[in-house]
Write a new protein. Structure first.
Length: 361
């Protein structure tokens, strides 16, 4: 069907001066054509095909510029909205993000270059690569894809920055907090917090010094005989002690050989007789009388030998134990604490010597 026939069937003739019955007949015929399924389709696509084929002015110069203008408005609105939302990141500004000093150098991902807007013209020319009759709306798809890629790149950059900030914050949580760039003088709370961290807490109690135990002196002696002194010193060294020698006095165990007890006059006569052979004989008071001794020994074995010699000469003597106070050479071992000194005394007594303890002044 030609275009003239189509218009003749659709458009009623209003130019003629027909009567009212003819007008009703034309309306009824038009309704029949609209209801009839076999009638030619009057869709927008069919009309567009006819307009393109015929090269009508309406399709060539009015429809396509409107479509291109609408697409251009959509693209510009998307670019402006994206730049408004992500412009601070693309321009390198960090906004209100905290400035953090990172010791480890990290390579930031490359910033995506802003995409140039699609160069569209309103001349009505068909874009390159689009055939005549094809919907030019498909030419906006590459622009939409580029905008999505740009949004993904910006989102990836935000995630990378957030990861760096999280890592640095975790590092700063372990290291004692410090104020970068000095303290803030305008904020007294910050200065007070920094000062409280720098000063150690006051000590509640002063440390108590350990009290050393007093020194104790272990005394061995005194010794009158040099031989007895050297023998005692050798015994102490064998047991690991280093004795010091000094003058002193003290009570010692002695064995005396008692010859008899006499009145003073008789005791003096008997002493003169024994001095001829035993110069070590001496007299000591014993009540109202005097005791005559032939020698005094610190070694019991020596006292026994002397007793046997006197018996061979028909001089009878008896051993008498005594603890006289005498002056002589003393061996000294110093130990801190009473317990340590008592251990030394026990070892000295086990060796056959006699020791005593006194506190060092």
């Amino acid at each position: 069907m030609t275009e003239e026939n189509h218009h003749s069937r659709v458009t009623p003739d209003t130019s003629s001066g027909a009567s009212e019955p003819q007008t009703s007949a034309h309306k009824k015929r038009l309704e029949d054509l609209l209801i009839d399924d076999d009638a030619p389709k009057t869709t927008f696509s069919a009309l567009a095909d006819q307009e393109v084929t015929s090269g009508s002015r309406v399709g060539g110069s009015l429809v396509w510029p409107l479509v291109i203008l609408a697409l251009l408005i959509i693209v510009v609105a998307g670019v402006v909205g994206g730049w408004y939302q992500y412009g601070d990141l693309l321009s390198g500004q960090s906004g209100n993000r905290p400035q953090v000093r990172v010791e480890k150098r990290m390579t930031a991902p490359e910033r995506p270059q802003p995409l140039e807007g699609a160069k569209l013209t309103s001349t009505g020319a068909t874009p390159e690569g689009v055939a005549e009759g094809q919907d030019s709306g498909t030419s906006a798809k590459p622009v939409i894809a580029d905008a999505a890629a740009e949004e993904d790149a910006v989102r990836g950059m935000e995630e990378a920055v957030d990861e760096v900030v999280a890592d640095v914050a975790a590092h700063l949580a372990v290291v004692p907090a410090t104020v970068i760039g000095g303290t803030n003088d305008s904020d007294p709370s910050v200065a007070a917090e920094v000062g409280s961290e720098a000063q150690p807490p006051p000590a509640t109690e002063a440390p108590v010094a350990a009290v050393a135990e007093p020194a104790h002196r272990v005394l061995v002696g005194p010794f009158i005989s040099q031989r007895d002194l050297e023998r005692a010193a050798a015994l102490l060294r064998e047991r690991g002690f280093d004795p010091q020698q000094e003058r002193g006095s003290g009570r010692v165990d002695m064995i005396r050989l008692l010859e008899g007890i006499y009145p003073l006059a008789q005791a003096q006569i008997r002493l003169e007789e024994l001095h001829k052979d035993y110069s070590s004989a001496f007299l000591l008071p014993d009540g109202d009388r005097w005791a005559l001794y032939i020698g005094s020994f610190s070694d019991r074995e020596r006292a026994r030998r002397q007793q046997r010699e006197l018996a061979e000469r028909d001089i009878q003597v008896a051993q008498v134990d005594s603890q006289p106070t005498i002056e002589g050479s003393v061996l000294v071992v110093v130990r801190n604490g009473l317990k340590a000194a008592e251990e030394v005394v026990a070892q000295v007594n086990a060796s056959g010597l006699r020791a005593r303890i006194e506190v060092e002044r």
